[in-house]
Every structure is written in structure tokens, then in C-alpha cells.
Design a protein around this ligand. Sequence first.
Ligand code: SF4
Ligand code: SF4
Length: 386
Amino acid sequence: MSPAPSDTAGVLERKDLGRLLEVLNGAGYRVVGPRVRDGAIVYDELRTEEDLPIGWRDRQEAGTYRLERSEDGRVFDFNVGPHSWKKYLFPPHHLLWSTRQEGNRLQVAPGPTLEDKPLAFLGVRACELAALQISDRVFQGGVVDPTYSQRRSSALIIAVECSTSAPTCFCPSMRTGPEVTQGFDLSLRELLSPWGHRFLVEAATDRGRALLRQLPLRAGTEEDQGDLGAQRARVRAGIQRSLPVDEAHDLLQENLEHPRWETVGRRCLACTNCTMACPTCFCSTTEEVPSLSGETSEHFRRWDSCFNLAFSQLHTISVRSSIASRYRQWLNHKLGTWWDQFGTSGCVGCGRCITWCPVGIDLTEELAALRAKAPSTPTTAQGAKA
Ligand code: SF4
Ligand code: SF4
């Protein structure tokens, strides 16, 4: 008989993973996590273990993403995809309120109340835990966003440590991964070796410990720790990109007129993909949608992007008319002035903006280019100066 697990940790055999979904559903959570859809691994509702991307892995590089089958049956053998958890906490399109004219009076109704069931995020990576903590500062640090706050406080976080790395990852240089260390209720580490296919499970909160008690666990062994150490070393060794997180703020501020902005501005399509995929970008706009009769109107919040021309429009004039100036604004905020606003970088090194940029613009390359070349005399092109 296997030794008993502790109150906070144990080992779940692969054949028992479905039990975790049963326990979560039984506890009343709406479980969301990775699943295959439209040729990518996205985040969506999970009902059973079969909904997970079992036997799928991703291949990604700058401007490239594809899925392929793996033979070993790993469950979480991939890195981050085009979605992030922000779509649940900060919905892309959200009804804030609606109005109805009744006689001479205007009735105002708040947007829909949140679903009864709390969310359980299954499969949160280390960089994504960091992104959630950054978003907490944005949405709860000063003025509190009620939608974000309500969903965030009730959401159960089940982290899954990366067992592979993508060429687009650079979390070590951002000090956000790849190991999962904090910010979760429950964490899983998937191991596959001659010692078996299993998950090291760790609980970090009362909610996590309550779940852990309902799982059929055994105690960990030296072999489990040995496999974990080897896996972590392999994942770190696979990460090649890096970004000088501590230098970025000053480097960017000192190079506002660098000719590199013109170079990247000629490549950038201003498609906004990078900001949509980024787990921390939070720009939004509001829009009023009146009915044709004029009796009712709905007021929505929807995601916006600093790459949109209209985003910086003031009194009919966009103050960032060139794409070069919009790219410069994005990178300066993300890696530089985010520190001044929120006391942290706005980037966690997930690499999404590199993979999902259709022309393969890579922010680590852009920083390296600024570092490599001394600033020239101020450019006269209208681009970055606009
Ligand atoms: S800027 Fe790019 S690498 Fe950094 S968090 Fe956003 S999507 Fe990830
Ligand atoms: S950097 Fe790439 S993803 Fe971002 S707006 Fe430009 S072309 Fe689109």
C-alpha cells in the first residue's frame, strides 16, 4: 500500500485525473480551461476530462502557430495559446447598463448580474499567474472594477506548471516562470517517465486543501522529485528568448526618437492582435447602441487597442497618427511607464504577441535593437514623432 499524502500535497495518477473534474463540478464550479478549437488550444468550458487537449502539442514561433498530435498522451503538453484568462475577468464585450424610455421617464437597468456559479480556471501557467496579479493592480489597485473584482475573488485557480517551453517564451528573464510558485489554490505538475504518468498536486489555500482531500492521492516519492527536477531543467533549457526587464524603462525613455520606431512601424499592420492576445492589455472603449425606435439603448464596454487610430483621438484629431508612434506607445507603456503607473512591468514574457503577430514582430528583438544602437539625431519623418 502506498504511503498517505500530506494535507497539502500528494500524487494523482493519470487515470484519476477525471476525478478532479468531477470534484470541481460537484462543488458547483463552472470549470474553464484548455481545449482544442479551430486549430488552436483555447480556453473554454470543460465538462469532462475528454474535453482537455489530450495528446496535442503546439508548435509556435514568431507569426506561426500550429497543433500536432503527440504519441505519449500527455494532457498539458503545450504552452499558451491565443486566449488568456482576462476574457473571463474582463469580458471582451460587456453590457454595462441599458435604458428604456417610459413616458417622460428614462428607466436605467444595470447590466446582467454575474453567473451564479464561481469560475474554476484549470491550467493556469506561471506567467499567467503573474498576469493575473498585474491585472489585480490595474482593476483593483485604485478604482475597483466591479465585474473584475467579483469574478476574481470567487475564481478558483488551478495552476499547471509547464512541462515544455515554446521558442517564444521568455518568462525567466521577466521573473514570472516557468515554475509555479504562488498565486494558486491548487497546482498540478504533470510527469511522464518509466515511473508512470501522474500529477504532483499541491494545495496552497483552504479551498485548495478542501479539493485535495477529495482526490485519490498517494504520497510523493524520490522518483517523483527526480522526474520533476529533470523536467524543470529541460523546460528552462528550452527557453532562448530574454528581455532586459530592469533596463527597459530607462532604455525606452532615452530612445523615444530612435530610428528603430520607423523600421518597426513600416512592418506593423496595426491589426491589434498583440493587444488582444496579451493577458495584461486592458484598454477598452464604451459604445452606445440605441434601438431603431429610440425607446431603448444599451451601453457596452468592449476591448480596444492603442494600435487603433481612433484610440488617441482628441477633438477629431488622432495624436498618434502614424503606426510607428502607436507601436512606440504600446511598447513604452507595456515595458516602461507601466512601472510608473502600477509598480511592475506590464509584460510577463508569455510570448503571445510574438506568435500572434501576423508579420512576426518580436518585442524582445525590438528591445535588443534599441540596446544595440546608440540613438541617432531626432528623426524628421512624421512617423514616430506624430
Ligand atoms: S507583451 Fe507580449 S509577451 Fe508580454 S505579456 Fe503581453 S503578450 Fe505576453
Ligand atoms: S505588432 Fe504585430 S500584432 Fe501588433 S498591431 Fe502590429 S502587426 Fe498587429
